[in-house]
Design a protein around this ligand. Structure first.
Ligand code: GLU
Length: 422
């Protein structure tokens, strides 16, 4: 079995225990936090345009609500499965705790390919999923958001379906049932690019700490969707050079720099970087070998593996995706002196601006983009500082372990003060 075939939840647990060891987390808290609180699975039928019904399987895993309502995206992808969603849900808990956001952690998904359906079929799937979840989600209870394969439109359908099942007097009050909505329906400025923006803020913080110059640095990005695309565009504005990009359709490279804005337009039209005329097309097997100072995995989990970790030339790996590095790969990278900026810190920008959206909806306000970006940066830099400080205090090398220790300490303190009922 290759290391990328290991259970994702097993990887998540391994990371959790490493962080827990650093702060001597009690065995009681370990057993509580190493399982989600609720695992909800719904099977629901949807009529397709050929007149037939297809039964879809959807998940909502609620990992922890100790610090606030359950929070996390819904993923639409054929590979969605219980083990994956459990891992993703636990990562949301650590992200909220690490960034000091008063939310818990959850994740959902439906195992299907959204690109294989007509728009009206997709709408019925999303609405029926929302209906099937029923009161398992709620604006102060569990708040979904976009993730891989879902987008602002999916969130609007979820919000509208939920609002229509609420009483007439409640309808205006439930907008914050989901975040990541379109601007017109109650979304926040900056939510769309928030994860990519957060990736760049974390990278800036690291660059400052180690004395690395982002301007002129070369960057390679795996995945050029919402997160990878925004990261590439913002880094380009900061003077970095995008030298390689790979996605499910192919890989491209150009050591003089690929224009991230032109590439975004191309991907919007063609659904993949493959065929982009502004760069050389390379064999996807050669992608990991392309020299770049910064490597940003921004696609699926388990992409940096024992098979390719030895080929990577980067100085730093910035985990824009959730769980992109396998345990084996991480060991190889550490031995080779390649830094890893961990996912629960690096990609928390989406969650943070989701919180801002939820706050705006709750108080019927609209903040400016500058305000959102400023608060996002402050929130993330505080979390980065906390990781740097604890890493020094505990004298640990791994930034991931230090980030887990910061998050788990916050949960530990709240458990100590609240106690465990009854
Ligand atoms: N799906 C995103 C994540 O994995 C955002 C979650 C949210 O905004 O709640 O962090």
């Amino acid at each position: 079995m290759s290391d990328s075939a290991t259970s994702l939840f097993a990887t998540a647990l391994d990371q959790f225990h490493r962080g827990a060891n650093l702060i001597d987390l009690s065995s009681d808290l370990r057993s509580i936090l190493s399982q989600p609180k609720n695992e909800i699975i719904v099977n629901f039928p949807v009529r397709l345009n050929n007149g037939k019904y297809q039964v879809f399987r959807g998940y909502r895993i609620q990992h922890s609500n100790l610090l606030g309502p359950y929070k996390g995206g819904v993923r639409f992808h054929p590979m969605v499965n219980l083990d994956e969603v459990k891992a993703l849900a636990s990562w949301m808990t650590w992200k909220s705790a690490l960034c000091d956001i008063p939310f818990g952690g959850a994740k959902g998904g439906i195992s299907f390919d959204p690109n294989a359906l007509e728009v009206d079929e997709l709408e019925r799937v999303v609405r029926r999923f929302t209906h099937a979840l029923g009161s398992n989600i709620g604006p102060d209870h569990d708040i979904p958001a976009p993730d891989l394969g879902s987008n602002a439109q999916s969130m609007v359908w979820m919000m509208d379906t939920y609002a229509n099942s609420a009483g007439a007097a409640e309808r205006q009050n439930v907008k914050r049932i989901v975040t990541g909505k379109t601007m017109e329906t109650g979304g926040s400025p900056g939510r769309d690019k928030a994860t990519g923006q957060g990736v760049v803020f974390c990278l800036q913080h690291w660059a400052d700490e180690v004395g690395f110059d982002l301007a002129g640095a070369s960057v390679s990005i795996q995945g050029f969707g919402n997160v990878g695309g925004a990261t590439g565009r913002i880094l380009q504005v900061h003077g970095a050079r995008l030298v390689a990009v790979a996605d499910h359709g192919g890989a491209i490279s150009d050591e003089d720099g690929i224009d991230a804005f032109d590439l975004t337009d191309w991907v919007r039209e063609h659904g993949t970087v493959a065929g982009f005329p502004g760069a050389m097309w390379i064999d996807p097997d050669d992608y990991w070998r392309v020299p770049a100072d910064i490597l940003v995995p921004a696609a699926l989990e388990n992409q940096v593996t024992a098979e390719n970790a030895g080929q990577i030339q980067a100085q730093v790996i910035v985990e824009a995706a959730n769980g992109p590095t396998t345990l084996e790969a991480e060991k190889i990278l550490t031995e080779r002196g390649i830094e890893v900026l961990p996912d629960i810190l690096v990609n928390a920008g989406g969650l943070i601006v989701s919180y801002f959206e939820w706050l705006q909806n709750r108080s019927a306000e609209r903040w400016d983009l500058d305000d959102v970006d400023y608060r996002l940066r402050e929130t993330l830099w505080r979390a980065c500082d906390a990781v740097v400080d604890l890493r020094t205090d505990l004298d640990v090398d791994s930034r991931r372990d230090a980030a887990y220790a910061v998050a788990l300490r916050r949960l530990q303190v709240v458990y100590e003060q609240r106690g465990i009922f009854p």
